[in-house]
Design a protein around this ligand. Structure first.
Ligand code: ZN
Length: 60
């Protein structure tokens, strides 16, 4: 069986994987507060998702 003669160094492995990261999902504006928020996720600023669903927000 053909096999690699030498294992690649940590540096070479990391060098190759430098571009393997997944792209970040695009930001969209929260429909309630207008802050940038991730799509398909509860807004981190106001705790709203699709206008109605509420996550209790710590206030005062
Ligand atoms: Zn919001």
């Amino acid at each position: 069986m053909p096999n690699p003669k030498r294992r690649h160094s940590k540096s070479r492995k990391r060098w190759r994987r430098a571009h393997d990261a997944l792209p970040t999902p695009g930001l969209r504006k929260c429909s309630r507060c207008g802050q940038p928020a991730f799509p398909h996720a509860v807004c981190a600023n106001c705790g709203f998702y699709r206008g109605v669903e509420v996550v209790p927000k710590e206030e005062e």
